[in-house]
Design a protein around this ligand. Structure first.
Ligand code: CP
Length: 302
C-alpha cells in the first residue's frame, strides 16, 4: 500500500487505471469492497466537497469512517504535535485522508504514519484527488485527455488544484493558456516543470479574447486564506468574472470546470448553459475517490 501525496506519485498508467475504475464505480456505485477497513478523515482546514465526497466514497465501499473536521475538538488544541497526532490516528485507521494548511505537511505525515495517507489538499501545494476527478470530468466530456487546449484562469499562484492538474495533464500533450494578473501568475517552478516536459503554454491577462479555441476553461477562486494582506485580496478577488455572454463564440463541446467553491468568479447566469460542468464535476469526485482509495489498497480490477 502506498500514499498519494502528489499527483506525481502516480504514473500515467496508474492514473488511467484509476480513471477506468472511476467509470466502473459510476456505473455501479455501491460496492462493499472494503468492509473490513476503517478510514480516518482528518481535516485541519475547512472543506465541503472533498471531505463529504471522500466520506461518501468510504461509505459506499462499505468501510467505516472516523475523524474530525474541526481541530478545536481534538487534542491539537491542547498543543499536541502533528507527529503525535498522526502516530495516534495511524494506530486506529487503515488509511488516513488528510487536509492541512501547510505545504509539505501531508508528505511529512505519510513518512511517519503506519497507514497510507491521501492528500486532500496541503496549502497551495497539491490536491491530487481533485486532479483525478478533474481528469475524469475532462475525459467524460471530451472523450479523451490527449492534445486538448486547457485555459486556466484566476489564482494560479496559490491554487493547488491548478498545480496538480497541470502536472497530470503533462502526460497528455496539452496546450495550456494561463490567464492571471501578475500578482496571481503561475509560479516559476511550475513553468520550469512544463518546459522540462516540452509542454506548450502561453500567459495572458485578458480572459474574453482567449476563450474561442479552448476545450476546457478551468476557473479558480482567489484563495483568500493564503493572502497575508487582506487589502491585496480585496484588490484581486473580482479580477475575473465569467459570464454567459462571454461563451457565445466558444467551441460547441467546450466545458467550464471549477474545483469550487466559487465566490463570484462564475456568474450564476452560466449555470444553465450546457457548457457549465462544475456541479457534475464535483459529483464525479465520489467515483474518482472510490477508485483512488481502492487502488491504494491494491484493488485495481473492479
Ligand atoms: N474543491 C475542493 O477542494 O472543495 P472543498 O474545499 O469544499 O473541499
Amino acid at each position: 500500500m502506498k500514499s498519494l501525496v502528489s499527483i506525481n506519485d502516480l504514473s500515467k498508467l496508474e492514473i488511467e487505471s484509476i480513471l477506468d475504475m472511476a467509470a466502473g464505480f459510476e456505473a455501479a456505485t455501491n460496492r462493499k469492497l472494503l468492509g473490513d477497513k476503517v478510514i480516518a478523515s482528518i481535516f485541519f482546514e475547512p472543506s465541503t466537497r472533498t471531505r463529504l465526497s471522500f466520506e461518501t466514497a468510504i461509505n459506499r465501499l462499505g468501510a467505516r469512517v472516523i475523524g474530525f473536521s474541526e481541530v478545536s475538538n481534538t487534542s491539537v488544541s491542547k498543543g499536541e504535535s502533528l507527529k503525535d497526532t498522526i502516530k495516534m490516528i495511524s494506530n486506529y485507521a487503515d488509511m488516513i485522508v488528510m487536509r492541512h494548511p501547510l505545504e509539505g505537511s501531508v508528505r511529512y505525515a505519510s513518512e511517519i504514519s503506519a497507514a497510507p495517507v491521501i492528500n486532500a489538499g496541503d496549502g497551495s501545494n497539491q490536491h491530487p484527488t481533485q486532479t483525478l476527478l478533474d481528469l475524469y470530468s475532462i475525459v467524460k466530456t471530451q472523450g479523451r485527455l490527449d492534445s486538448l487546449h486547457i485555459t486556466m484562469v484566476g489564482d494560479l499562484k496559490y491554487g493547488r488544484t491548478v498545480h496538480s492538474l497541470l502536472m497530470a495533464m503533462s502526460h497528455f500533450n496539452p496546450v495550456f493558456r494561463f490567464i492571471a494578473p501578475k500578482a496571481m501568475a503561475l509560479p516559476d517552478e511550475y513553468k520550469k516543470y512544463l518546459k522540462s516536459k516540452n509542454i506548450s503554454f502561453e500567459e495572458h491577462v485578458d480572459l474574453v479574447s482567449n476563450i474561442g479555441d479552448t476545450d476546457i476553461i478551468y476557473m479558480t477562486r482567489v484563495q483568500k486564506e493564503r493572502f497575508s494582506e487582506p487589502m491585496e485580496y480585496e484588490k484581486l478577488k473580482h479580477t475575473y468574472i465569467l459570464r454567459n455572454a462571454m461563451l457565445v463564440n466558444s467551441k460547441p463541446g467546450m466545458k467550464v470546470l471549477h474545483p469550487l467553491p466559487r465566490v463570484g468568479e462564475i456568474a450564476e447566469d452560466v449555470d444553465n448553459n450546457p457548457k457549465a460542468y462544475y456541479f457534475e464535476q464535483a459529483r464525479n469526485g465520489v467515483f474518482a475517490r472510490m477508485a483512488a482509495i481502492c487502488y491504494l489498497f491494491g484493488i485495481n480490477n473492479i
